[in-house]
Design a protein around this ligand. Structure first.
Ligand code: PFF
Ligand code: NA
Length: 453
């Protein structure tokens, strides 16, 4: 057996896992998703999904990594030879995500710089789509946009540099810096947003419960989808990260801490984003509903607009927001990239250095496709398929393979219980053996149905 790398401290592991979980999904995906799916009422399906699927699944992945001490493909292959491909599927999904996640971070870096003096001008949407992404100039392959390509080089140098350094000296050290810093920056942003005029209207809109929505199946699908994406579940990440845990580690407790930290950050982001949206609605004489956005448009079109409208120190506010986005994105990108670095180096028995060059290098090269004029079009399409099929399928394959084919839940349960203070009971196996597969299966069918209609 090789000498497996290990985290230096428990806190190091927790910060790395939180770093993976806390990402763009918390900042721009959660607020709009919650708002569109029942507002205050969304918290019921959301909490249900967290407790019946998110945390149980996270415990399962931590236990797999800890017990089999390997990256996702080899861990799943050790449970049963026939399941190695499930791990590779997850690694592939992560690989694809990393190619465009890096680009979004590159955008955020540029926007942090644009914040000074509001270099995006008055028409923020026009600037973003037209001048920055140059969507209209897109040919089949429209030529590199230097404003995106240059920060993209920086992103990959940082990420690959951290991965070269390894688990303890690279990933752990980076997260020990990034995550506390992110927390501080974000708290400042939220406080500032809350003190803006109109913030209360935004919060009212966000928390206003729309109880009818509770009976809507798609709201539940949205809640489970948010939880899975947000906790970085079924991406091969958490198995990989937990494979570096020392023998004595309280797995179950770690999963609860990661889950609650991620959700707390999500809630904080919802409050900050909606306070800012409330301000913008008031400043522009519209209703909050009219200004709500999620995804890239929230970050790169609405937020610059908010910064434009701010009374004072708006440059700093903009900078802090895009710096947070950068930090949250980087720590997630490190984690997705580590899945293929670890998988490839184990499979082909090559050094970390080589697998970083091979896997990371290839991802980096592909990512420049999105740094071309109109690259946004490719990014949107890839993101759509990954979110609607890649992720749900990966989760479904994993949980069905383990619970039903390998019948491994009991074995995992006793392994987790042998090292953890909180003891898993039958409820844990019910969540993973029945509730989670049913929900994921239903999710797949819904997505397919929407495709046809
Ligand atoms: N969990 C991250 C978020 O909420 O933004 C997103 C993410 C990171 C998803 C890494 C998948 C992944 F592999
Ligand atoms: Na998250």
């Amino acid at each position: 057996m090789e000498n497996r790398s290990q985290w230096g401290t428990r806190l190091g592991f927790l910060l790395a896992a939180m770093g993976s979980a806390i990402g763009l999904g918390n900042i721009w995906r959660f607020p709009a998703t919650a708002y569109e799916n029942g507002g205050g009422a969304f918290f019921i399906p959301y909490l249900f999904a967290l407790l019946t699927a998110g945390i149980p699944f996270l415990i399962m992945e931590y236990t797999i990594g800890h017990k089999y001490r390997s990256s996702a493909p080899r861990s799943l292959g050790r449970i049963s030879k026939g399941f190695e491909w499930v791990g590779w599927w997850q690694v592939l999904v992560s690989f694809v995500i990393s190619t465009y996640y890096a680009v979004i971070i590159a955008w955020a870096i540029m926007y942090a710089y644009f914040s000074f003096g509001q270099q995006w001008g008055d028409d923020t949407t026009g600037f973003y789509v037209g001048e920055f992404l140059q969507v209209a100039d897109a040919g089949v392959l429209g030529g590199l946009v230097p404003m995106i390509a240059i920060p993209l080089v920086v992103v990959w140098l940082v990420v690959l540099g951290i991965l070269f350094k390894g688990v303890k000296k690279g990933i752990e050290v980076a997260n020990k810096i990034f995550i506390p810093l992110l927390a501080v920056l974000f708290v400042i942003i939220v406080i500032r947003a809350l003190t803006l005029p109109g913030a209360v209207d935004g919060l009212n809109a966000f928390f206003e419960p729309n109880w009818d929505q509770i009976w809507n199946g798609s709201v539940w699908v949205a809640a489970y989808g948010q939880i899975f994406f947000s906790l970085s579940i079924a991406f091969a990440i958490m198995i990989t990260y937990s494979s570096y845990l020392p023998k004595k580690s309280d797995i179950t407790n770690n999963a609860f801490i990661t889950g609650f930290a991620n959700s707390s950050f999500e809630l904080l982001a919802g409050i900050g984003v909606f306070a800012a949206l409330g301000f913008m609605a008031q400043a522009s004489g519209q209703g909050v509903t009219d200004v709500v956005q999620g995804g890239v448009m929230l970050a790169f079109s609405v937020f610059p607009e908010i910064v434009n409208q701010m009374p004072f120190m708006s440059d700093i506010f903009g900078f802090l927001f895009f710096a947070s986005l950068t930090l949250a994105g980087l720590s997630s990108l490190i984690s997705i990239s580590e899945t293929y670095v670890a998988g490839v180096s184990e499979k082909f028995n090559i050094s970390r250095t080589k697998s970083v060059l091979l896997g990371g290098g290839l991802a980096a090269i592909i990512s420049f496709l999105y740094a071309t004029k109109g690259g946004l079009n490719y990014l949107d399409t890839v993101d759509y398929f990954i979110n609607n099929y890649g992720v749900a399928l990966a989760g479904l394959f994993e949980v069905v393979a383990i619970a039903w084919f390998a019948r491994e839940l009991k074995g995992l349960q006793s392994h987790a219980n042998s090292v953890s203070d909180i003891k898993l009971g039958t409820w844990w196996r019910i969540c993973l053996g029945f509730i989670t597969p049913v929900v994921l299966g239903y999710m797949m069918l819904q997505n397919l149905k929407n495709e046809i209609v």
